[in-house]
Design a protein around this ligand. Structure first.
Ligand code: NCD
Length: 322
């Protein structure tokens, strides 16, 4: 794999390899003497992390993971303001210049759909052998988030096949749900239940893809009626920054507060083994009173992000088949 731009690029076989590699990263990292040795794994390689949009987990897990593997990292966390973009430079020109400085990996987050694809095209045309990783492009995709989500599910249940995954929140504007749905579509016997107000329903492209891959799916707007069916509850925030109409955003926020917020009283509706995931950041759509429940798995999920990204960096740079 040269670039990681969308979840559809993976096969179940490749995913299995990646999860195994993530396990190895986690275990090795957990042993203090071995942790030091990891610094040789990717020594002498370079990452450019270019973030045109806010990020906490994605950027820090990529950068920390890279440094634990001995990579050098050059990054900007606010490229929209602290790069020449502020002077009107196009993404294409910026990426072409980045490629010339010969990073082994460019990790890109950008507010426009398709930005990572555009960056990859520029890198390919430049003749530099550099991997572009999509760390979120507008409403498009966030494939590395999907990888860590799926890894977390797989390691909890020992499988992904046959599970019922409930995905809720802003399904129209969130890219994590899109990438995870595409990834889950690779597995057999899946069922996905989408829970949202009709105004924030998941895109038709996702539903078509799931149909083509034989994934059973439903769309509902009553959260409580479907919570008992879920093996995984994947909850997301309202993507206010992608909603231009302030009145509509306000209306949706109120609706989310009233009908799409997971509270302690909902926990009794869940099965005992069910896990609750959230890509973060949350804005109240999972009440903090839920955090103490062992099924609240989101902090554990966020920690997995670093090991999965380490595994991805290692696999790409060492050109292991994925
Ligand atoms: C997500 C994103 O950027 O799409 N954040 C993340 O990387 N975990 C989710 C979000 O912003 O809601």
């Amino acid at each position: 794999m040269q670039h990681l731009l969308r979840s559809q690029q993976f096969s179940v076989e490749g995913l299995t390899k990646l999860y195994d590699m993530a396990d190895r990263m986690r275990v090795t990292f957990g042993r203090k003497p071995d942790r030091q040795g990891m610094r040789t794994f990717l020594a002498g390689t370079l990452m450019h992390a270019i973030f045109y949009e806010a990020s906490t987990r994605t950027r820090f897990s990529f950068e920390s993971g890279a440094q634990h593997l001995g990579m050098s990292v050059v990054s900007t966390d606010n490229a929209a303001q602290f790069s020449s973009a502020v002077k009107g430079e196009t993404l294409e020109d910026s990426i072409r210049v980045h490629a010339g400085y010969a990073p082994d990996v460019i990790v890109l987050r950008h507010p426009e759909d398709g930005a990572a694809e555009r960056a990859a095209a520029v890198v390919d045309a430049s003749g530099h052998a550099c991997h572009v990783i999509n760390a979120g492009d507008g409403r498009g995709q966030h494939p590395t988030q999907a990888l860590l989500d799926a890894y977390t599910i797989d390691r909890h249940y020992g499988r992904i096949e046959g599970l019922t995954v409930l995905m809720g929140g802003d399904l129209a504007n969130g890219r994590t749900v899109r990438s995870l749905a595409y990834l889950l579509g690779k597995y057999s016997e899946m069922r996905i239940i989408f829970v949202s107000p009709p105004q924030l329903a998941v895109g038709a492209d996702i539903l078509e893809y799931l149909d083509r891959h034989g994934v059973r799916h439903d769309q509902v707007s009553d959260m409580e009626s479907v919570l008992p069916e879920a093996d995984v509850v994947y909850w997301t925030r309202l993507q206010v920054e992608r909603i231009a109409d302030r009145g509509f955003a306000h209306e949706m926020r109120e609706l989310q507060r009233a009908s799409f917020t997971i509270r302690a009283r909902h926990l009794r509706l869940l099965k005992e083994r069910t896990i609750i995931l959230h890509p973060f950041p949350r804005k109240g759509e999972i009440a903090t009173e839920v955090d103490a429940d062992p099924r609240a798995y989101y902090f554990h999920q966020a920690e997995n992000g670093m090991y999965v990204r380490m595994a991805l960096l290692f696999s790409l740079i060492k050109e292991l088949p994925l």
